[in-house]
Design a protein around this ligand. Sequence first.
Ligand code: ADP
Length: 366
Amino acid sequence: MIMFGRSRDLLANLERERDDLAARVDALQKQRSSDLQLLDGLGEGLLAIDRNHHVVIANRRFGDLFGATDIIGKPLSEVLRVSDVFDAFDAALKGDESTVQFSVRAGVAERKIEMRALPLASSEIAAIALFIDISTIERLEQIRRNFISDFSHEVRTPLAGLRSAVETLEANSGRLSPEDDHQLRRIMARQLRRLERLVDDLSELSRIESGDLTLDTRAVELRRLLDDLVEDFADQATQHRVRFVVEGDATVVADPHRLQQAFSNLLDNAIKYGGEDRTVTITIEEKGDAGTVRVSDEGEGIPRGEREKIFRRFYRIDKSRSQDISGSGLGLAITKHLVLQQRGSIDVESEPGKGATFIVRLPKAR
Ligand code: ADP
């Protein structure tokens, strides 16, 4: 009887211990899975290895960055073949923190990754590393550098013109003929206007790009808008002996003021680059859901390789070709943004030597 009572107690104890253990394993598993969930929520890739270079933890972002799946327990050399990664982990296993940058292919694109590796004193994990995709930061940095270099270049030309006119005036004070004096002052005024326009265009572009633009959209009769605009350009057209022809009509939904601004740049370009003694034809049509405007000139046209680039800010085809023609290289960038913001599109067609046609499509009014 006594033996029976003891073995029953023993059994009960064992069962309690087993339940206890099961509860602790369960709690540990829950803790581990919530830790992993936490790691999966990280914006950076995370990889942890043990002393033998085997993967202990990899979060979801790491898998996304390197296209790696089912890697827990695998040796590092099977997961990534980047020597910088091995070196950084080796340093971490020796107790040193390090940061390296390297590139990986992601489809056709290349990604720039920054890896920060550090030692970890845990029984299971010996080293851990974070992987940060810095491609976007790099791209933005490149855009910033290009912008500064383009802007300085654009400012330098009118500044040089101004400086040379001012220096000539100063050096020859009182000795210049009235004609020369007048010509120098005209040059100064022209270069100042160029600088002003550059600054105006730039602040306008930055306002449009930041989306800080309220549109006052309504039904707009394109024929009326373009007839008025052609009238505004009459003096400039006469100077270049350019004749405007406007055909057709369509009513679209747009902000008339912003539309005027967009077409002004196209008419300005058609006069500037369309050559002297030529015709600029503006054709307005309704096609499907869109109202379409084609602005065609008879100038030199635009080579195929340049047709996309001319919409970039500061881009001017062959600076020597555009040198004598004033412009900031910002007009088409502004026009494109304005048209896109009004749910429209802009394209260019051209037969080099025979002219260019800019085609603007806008949603038709119902
Ligand atoms: P810009 O102030 O130089 O005129 P734009 O952004 O309006 O700047 O145009 C960019 C470049 O595209 C121009 O410098 C010119 O080289 C080219 N371009 C624009 N319109 C025409 C056109 N109608 N015919 C030929 N080239 C053009």
